[in-house]
Design a protein around this ligand. Structure first.
Ligand code: CAA
Length: 275
């Protein structure tokens, strides 16, 4: 395996492209939007710079990773991929369309993985003629720093596909955890209701947002409080995951999403951010 295609250059796609390029793979990072690709390239560069400045990468590794990364708006550039990881917007119909198109483009033996955080992998697999080669690879944000990747087997995923994906995950310096294809998988099944409860606590006036976050940071040793984490993940993403899981989202969460307060990415969620 030499070349990895990454589809979607948002926060997750750019992070995935970065770890693949750092692990020595040639990467094609595809997006429909040139502007988004430029932003992704700049954010990968700055992340690599930071890691090199902390001695986590040598300057040679940093430079090689940048050389390994190619950005493109031409879907056909993904043709030479030996493995593809899709990290497009979390919309079922869009993902199915991308998988259908990839299925017609890339070599028959290529595994197609989705970074979906909640959409059933079995449904995505059904959109292709290679359901045995479809698998979920759910990376965590920020991808360059987070160790875990949930590996989700569709009902149709073959043992060979699973094995190759586990090996690739380890080559990327990550630890795979295999889970069944059920709504929210494991991490979001637990995380999303917890974040929602934090929003309920705020809505009910149990404590200030700062105190809710502080309580969980120093009370449970969380690296960041749940409201900060919800802003980090994106409030629209939190809402979407809760809906896919059939959980009742907090009214405040729904209101904030309707108002376009989506967290860090829009500059305002529970907190304000300079963007
Ligand atoms: N690349 C390189 N360096 C990065 C980085 C990146 N992408 N992102 C952050 N850093 C750096 C920061 O710049 C900072 O560097 P300095 O120490 O030089 O300032 C360093 O990492 C530590 O960051 P911070 O000081 O800002 O804060 P921190 O110590 O709390 O660490 C964190 C940041 C790793 C994000 C930590 O807060 C954390 O682990 N938070 C929880 C993250 C989490 O739960 N992620 C999963 C979300 S759920 C998900 O992703 C799945 C889903 O489907 C919703």
């Amino acid at each position: 395996m030499k070349t990895i295609g990454v589809i979607g250059s948002g926060i997750m796609g750019s992070g995935i492209a970065q770890v693949c390029a750092t692990a020595g793979f040639k990467v094609w990072l595809y997006d429909v939007a040139q502007e988004q690709l430029k932003k992704a390239h700049a954010s990968v560069q700055s992340s690599l710079e930071k890691l090199a400045s902390k001695g986590k990468l040598t300057t040679a590794q940093r430079d090689q990773a940048i050389r390994n990364l190619n950005i493109t708006t031409q879907f056909s550039d993904l043709k030479e991929s030996d493995f593809c990881i899709e990290a497009a917007t979390e919309k079922k119909e869009l993902k199915k369309k991308i998988f259908k198109n990839l299925d017609s483009l890339v070599k028959a033996e290529v595994i197609l993985a989705s970074n979906t955080s909640s959409i059933p992998i079995t449904e995505i697999a059904a959109a292709t003629k290679r359901p045995d080669k479809i698998i979920g690879m759910h990376f965590m944000n920020p991808v360059p720093l987070m160790e875990c990747v949930e590996i989700i087997r569709a009902k149709t995923t073959s043992d060979a596909t699973h094995k190759t994906t586990l090996e690739l995950t380890k080559k990327l310096g990550k630890t795979p955890v295999t889970v069944k294809d059920a709504p929210g998988f494991v991490i979001n099944r637990i995380l999303a209701p917890m974040l929602n409860e934090a929003v309920n606590c705020l809505e009910e006036g149990l404590a200030t947002k700062e105190d809710i976050d502080l309580a969980m940071k120093i009370g449970c040793n969380f690296p960041m409080g749940p409201l900060s984490l919800a802003d980090f993940v994106g409030l629209d993403t939190c809402l979407y995951i809760l809906e896919v899981m059939g959980r009742k989202p907090s009214e405040l969460l729904k209101k904030m999403v309707a108002e376009g307060k989506l967290g860090r990415k829009t500059g305002e969620g529970f907190y304000k951010y300079g963007i």
